[in-house]
Design a protein around this ligand. Structure first.
Ligand code: LFR
Length: 469
């Protein structure tokens, strides 16, 4: 019988349940359910509506039964770093506070008073972002210390959803690394670090690698849906799943393009040298203990917010078209923290231009052009840093994920870098999630086989540079 896996892929602006099956030697995708996601202010903090997300997942599973399909397994991936704490009965002690919330302001500096920055990097290999879980936990320690000491379990967002589905608790490895609390060499929670920071170490679960079968559905869910399926850990960090789905090439730099642009290369060991620290590159854990040596660039979040500021009057495609006819050249530093969660993105971009003595964008086309051009400047800088660290030139850039559909951006990257750009697969994250499940079910043997299958199944487009550099 043909096997079906159900990939639950939740991003900052939407979530999807996509069925995957292997048909005639190709991977086939069928979207069964899609829903909105966003951060909302709850009390003092911006939070994710975790109960709402879980309900949407249940709706999606229900839709499978309506289609007459009983998937063999399910696995969830989301953005990284965010978590909930549970008491002994499995009740939530904290809301799912969103990483863009300002509670972590100043926490990085306070943490460095207890642990040297260099030591943190040498042992975890993780970039310094003020929203990393480590700083979120330090913020909680300041605001609600008793909650932190009382907590029985720490689960990241996909871990928590897996727990709601199966009743089993585990901290999945790829996402756990983004906490900046996992030792990059032992792949275990860094106990010394936890002690030094005074973070309750009992709440952490065993770290489980992707492809682990957590168990089946909880009995009450089996009764509700009328069938059981395996709950399988994919790379629960969406970027880990996306990069797993990258068509193979040793000479390519990837950009996993979505709300964030994650730009880097795959590597089989962590690079924790001073230059990587200075340039703030990360070494996030991947499937089969590969590492993603990459950098976070603010990404399409900026254009999503711009679209919202113009009250969704223009679609993404229209913003691209308008930008093409704009005669405008101001550049902002997209990686400035001021763009993480500004009250109004367009105003923030305008203020930046004004403060830096540049022309201020006024029309939607000018604002969009400013965002695209500025992103490309940041990509180009990151590529130069990667090439400096690796002491080699990479020949191509592979853009994967939803943002790879932006052909203007792909062409701008090709033109700015002088490298050929490949785009696709668009659904990289869901595909990566699925192939991990298929590997766990014994349907796909290895990552190599998975990537060959992906290459055969999905279209990849090429963009050649217009000005050879
Ligand atoms: C992308 C992503 C990035 C991570 C950021 C915050 O969706 O997972 O990899 O740095 O979100 O969690």
């Amino acid at each position: 019988m043909k096997k079906h896996v159900l990939a639950v892929d939740i991003g900052a602006s939407s979530g999807r349940l996509i069925l995957g099956s292997l048909t005639n030697g190709k991977l086939q995708l069928d979207e069964v359910h899609r829903f909105e996601n966003s951060i909302q202010k709850k009390g003092d903090y911006f939070c994710w509506d975790i109960d709402g997300l879980y309900n949407e997942i249940k709706k999606g599973i229900q839709k499978c039964t309506e289609l007459g399909i009983k998937p063999d397994s399910i696995g969830v991936d989301t953005w990284a770093v965010d978590y909930v704490l549970l008491d002994e009965q499995g009740n939530r002690l904290t809301d799912a506070v969103a990483y863009r919330d300002s509670r972590t302001d100043g926490m990085m500096e306070k943490t460095f008073e207890k642990v040297m920055k260099e030591r943190l990097y040498l042992e975890t290999g993780i970039q310094f972002q003020k929203f990393n879980t480590i700083y979120q936990l330090m913020a909680l320690k300041e605001s609600d210390p008793e909650v932190l000491t009382q907590a029985d379990s720490f689960l990241m967002i996909p871990d928590y959803i897996h727990y709601l589905l199966s009743g089993e608790k585990a901290n999945e490895y790829t996402n756990a690394t983004t906490t900046q609390l996992v030792n990059a060499f032992t792949k275990k929670w860094d106990q010394d670090l936890l002690t030094q920071l005074g973070i309750n170490s009992h709440m952490f679960q065993e770290i489980a690698p992707p492809k682990t079968v957590l168990g089946g559905l909880k009995q009450e869910l089996v009764d509700e849906f009328g069938f059981d399926m395996k709950v399988v850990l994919p790379a629960t960090h969406d970027t880990g799943s996306a990069v797993l789905a990258m068509p193979e090439s040793n000479d390519s730099i990837y950009i996993s393009s979505g709300t964030w642009s994650l730009i880097g290369v795959e590597n089989n060991f962590p690079i924790c040298i001073t230059k990587a620290l200075d340039y703030n590159f990360t070494n996030e854990g991947g499937v089969d203990y590969q590492f993603r040596f990459l950098k976070n660039i603010m990404g399409l979040w900026m254009i999503q917010e711009v679209k919202r500021n113009f009250e969704h009057k223009y679609s993404f495609a229209e913003l691209v078209e308008l930008s093409k006819s704009a005669d405008f050249s101001s550049i902002v530093n997209v990686d400035d923290d001021r763009f993480l969660l500004p009250e109004h993105m367009v105003t923030e971009i305008q203020n930046y231009c004004r403060e830096s003595g540049q022309q201020v964008p006024e029309t939607p086309g000018e604002v969009a052009k400013c965002v695209y051009d500025s992103l490309v400047v940041s990509y180009k800088n990151a590529i130069a840093q990667i090439e400096e660290i690796f002491e080699k030139e990479f020949k191509t850039v592979s853009v994967i994920g939803g943002g790879s559909q932006n052909e203007l951006l792909n062409q701008l990257i090709a033109d700015a870098t002088g490298k050929e750009v490949y785009s696709g697969p668009v659904e990289a994250t869901a595909i990566g999630n699925m192939v991990a499940q298929f590997m766990a079910l014994g349907e796909i043997e290895s990552v190599k086989e998975a990537r060959e299958l992906i290459k055969k199944s999905f279209e990849v487009k090429s963009f050649k540079p217009n000005t050879l550099k």
